[in-house]
Design a protein around this ligand. Structure first.
Ligand SMILES: C[S@@+](CC[C@H](N)C(=O)[O-])C[C@H]1O[C@@H](n2cnc3c(N)ncnc32)[C@H](O)[C@@H]1O
Length: 236
């Protein structure tokens, strides 16, 4: 899997300091601070040495929420698959139409770091009374969800279908699971999937499972490097 970690500007010294480390059955999870030159301190999350995300460029994590909230009339109940460092969830909660947000995160230690302030913005975010945190595989959680009980399912659990953080997540990007996700939605609801790269296979799977798929490119600037992240959106 390619490394998506941002490249520092040439001749810039980068300092790292470990903040927290945990082991789970999926391997090692590390939270660390990164400082480039005189720049701000950034938090970075890595799973088994692979860059998952940082707090520096979170526009596409937020766009996952805003794109979804824009296409649904009454997004009263939302599922966020993958807490990460909480930027998608935070954006969901800025919408006053949202009454319930269930965030499903597979790593207990990450939830703990968000709750106990190891991630400084975590406690305030999770204290929002609309939030329920579920420590589980989002695939299993949606399998168990009551039919037609949510308005949005937002999925950002890997770096996308081509850059899996955990191999077991491959099924999340295929039609059978996408149908399961759609079953949890009320009519007029939507499923949106974040991806670090364009994925015709995901687009096909969404069309097969949900009957349609809008592809939204999202340009981002990672240090000096221009990249495009992608959102795959379907209404039911
Ligand atoms: C890229 S981060 C999510 C970023 C998040 N959108 C944000 O704004 O911070 C992916 C998260 O999904 C979690 N994850 C990975 N596989 C999962 C699964 N099958 N079910 C639930 N969470 C999962 C990872 O532990 C990680 O916290």
């Amino acid at each position: 899997m390619p490394d998506l970690s941002p490249l520092p500007a040439p001749d810039t010294e980068v300092e790292y300091a470990e903040v927290a480390r945990a082991e789970s059955e999926r391997g090692e999870l590390v939270l660390r601070q990164r400082r480039e030159g005189e720049g701000p301190v950034v938090l970075e999350l890595r799973a088994n040495g692979v860059f998952v995300m940082d707090t520096r460029e979170v526009g596409s994590e937020r766009a996952l929420a805003t794109a979804a909230l824009a296409v649904v009339e009454q997004p009263r109940a939302v599922v966020v698959g993958g807490l990460g460092l909480g930027f998608t969830l935070r954006e969901v909660l800025t919408d006053p139409r949202v009454e319930r947000a269930a965030v499903v995160e597979i790593e207990q230690s990450l939830v703990d770091w968000m709750r106990d302030g190891t991630v400084p913005h975590g406690p305030t975010l999770l204290a929002d009374e609309r939030v329920t945190v579920v420590v589980a595989d989002v695939a299993a959680a949606l399998e168990e969800a009551r039919p037609a009980s949510y308005d949005l399912v937002l999925l950002d659990v890997d770096n996308g279908p081509g850059y899996l953080v955990h191999d077991e997540n491959a099924a999340i990007y295929r039609a059978p699971f996408l149908r399961t996700a759609a079953r949890a939605l009320r009519p007029g609801g939507a499923v949106v999937v974040w991806s670090a790269q364009e994925s015709p296979a995901l687009e096909r799977a969404m069309r097969e499972a949900l009957g349609e798929c809008e592809v939204h490119p999202h340009p981002v600037l990672l240090q000096e490097r221009e990249e495009t992240y992608w959102l795959y959106l379907a209404r039911v």
